[in-house]
Design a binder for this molecule. Structure first.
Ligand SMILES: [Zn+2]
Length: 236
């Protein structure tokens, strides 16, 4: 697997607006993955990598979008720049880090959004993949944990990115398979019993009908066995 094999991956490096290029520093120096939020509400028109690129170019006068990756609320992972570039997203550690931005305002005092399940899934997978692709990767940080950024509420305080990176959230939110309750088994075997009883009433088991497969006693055994099999099935 490679990054471009990730589900919902889209490469927009060739089409996203730039004003020059960020310098190439190589991938060997990259040892940190930094997680950001866009601080723009998810439904806003401006919550796209293209809009972030415009702001970073026009307002900040940077060569392009700050983030190598942007993850949309539907889980789409846009790759916006190469892994070997020094983009401006984390101050002193720009050279050694890769920046990923989740679209949304995840501040309690802001829009108080939370990443969608799709976004968390994509972040989990992307982060895992970066450690495979970049041989010197050591740590994943929230923007706020980067040197000099303690003041910045990024990637927001409505969630904990560490629970996503570790897979904890994904595991705890995984939907439990609905267990068939024992009373449902009883219902099923009741239906079966009714069918058998009807068959019995119609003379299937007393030898009065041609092709009758079981005696009444045998029919009772079959019903009990069915119930037992179903119970065994759900206890697995
Ligand atoms: Zn940030």
């Amino acid at each position: 697997m490679a990054i471009n094999d990730l589900p919902k991956y889209k490469d927009i490096r060739g089409s996203i607006r730039r004003n020059g290029r960020y310098p190439v520093v190589g991938t060997a120096i990259k040892d940190t993955h930094v997680v950001h939020h866009s601080m723009t509400a998810q439904h806003l028109k401006g919550s796209t990598p293209q809009a972030f690129a415009n702001t970073h170019i026009d307002t900040n006068k940077w060569p392009g979008i700050a983030y190598a990756f942007v993850i949309m609320p539907d889980g789409t992972i846009y790759q916006c720049d190469d892994l070997d570039r020094r983009t401006y997203h984390a101050g002193d550690i720009n050279t050694r880090s890769i920046g990923t931005c989740l679209v949304g305002d995840f501040r309690k005092e802001g829009a108080a959004e939370k990443p969608t399940a799709e976004q968390m899934q994509s972040l989990y997978l992307l982060n895992k993949e970066l450690y495979k692709v970049l041989s010197n990767m050591k740590i994943t940080l929230g923007h706020q944990e980067c040197p000099g950024y303690a003041w910045k509420n990024c990637p927001g305080d409505t969630w904990n990115y560490k629970d996503v990176i570790s897979g904890k959230i994904l595991i705890s939110e995984k939907k439990e398979e609905p267990k068939v309750a024992e009373r449902d088994i009883d219902k099923v075997s009741d239906w079966a019993k009714k069918d058998w009883e009807e068959a019995i009433a119609n003379g299937y088991f007393d030898g009065t009908r041609p092709g009758s497969p079981f005696t009444r006693e045998e029919a009772a055994i079959v019903i009990n066995r069915l119930r037992k099999n179903l119970l065994e099935l759900i206890s697995k």
